[in-house]
Design a protein around this ligand. Sequence first.
Ligand SMILES: NC(=O)CC[C@H](N)C(=O)O
Length: 356
Amino acid sequence: MKGYLHLEDGSVYTGELEHGSSKDINGEIVFFTGMSGYQEVLTDPSYKNQIVVFTYPLIGNYGINISDDESKKPQVKAVVIYECTSQYSHYEAQYSFKEYLEKWNIPIIHHIDTRAVVKKIRNHGSMAATITSKSALSEKPSTIFEDGVFEVVSDKLETYGNGEKHIALVDFGYKKSILTSLLDRGCKVTTVPFKMMDQIGDLKPDGVLLSNGPGDPEQLSNYFNQIKKVVSAYPTLGICLGHQLIALSFGAKTTKLLFGHRGANQPVFDLKTNKVFMTSQNHSYVVIKESLKDTDLSMRFYHINDDSIEGLSHKSLPVLTAQFHPEAHPGPSDSEWIFDEFLELVAVAKGDILYV
Ligand SMILES: NC(=O)CC[C@H](N)C(=O)O
């Protein structure tokens, strides 16, 4: 069926719509630049309710398997691609890209000029978009988006592994790879829905990890006091949304980037080692540098392309934060050592080692 992608600025792109429902699909449109990793992107809860444009022009060629999901189902609202192949080839693949999204009733609009769409987003900023079978709309795409974070979080605590170090993983929509990164390092992990953070004390964890998650971190302002208490009490790692929430809870401010960082080759500078490494990223919001001035936080990492903050440390507490994704999936594993550094902070606090 012929389909149309309408952007907030009035531009319209024509393509082929697969499994579009009679309802128009509305959401924030963002783009991902990695050449592979589409399955992880589809299932990353941080993309909840977003319409994702894949810049790589051929999507689906290695199908969808049962092990690379980052959560139990696709989270994106819709996808925009150039060519979507049904002919996949991979020994682990179980479905084609189309079959998988059809199963979950998620629309694909393909044969869209994705280069033109991405250029538009880069100049204008991420916008609201509507995908529909109608060539003209009576109203502009709505800029009111659902608060995804309340939809992606489980309602109970769950414990995995039986390692010696016990980590409370505060769930704002965590990616499975964050959990496996801790389990692979011999930790016992209890996932704690953010609404149940008051139960962390009972767990007596050795450390806390604040996860990634969708939406504007400011929407969680009711939790800032509680987050500050938790972070002040345990060695902590914050990843992406978790990093932003730590910054806000300690008095810094965040803002929205023009079009965000979403891809697998984002270069980051580490002020501690004076080294650059490649990272996987997926975020729109960033911590404002000047807002750190009156806080006890300082910049540890920054993005080489636009100088934005990519991670923080605390002047006296064992706290480390990363705006990028050390668990990768998709993307390079160059920053996996962030988990090791966090577990060293945990070991020092436990008295297992003297200092990092
Ligand atoms: N991956 C994430 O945790 C994303 C954080 C936040 N939702 C943002 O877009 O900036």
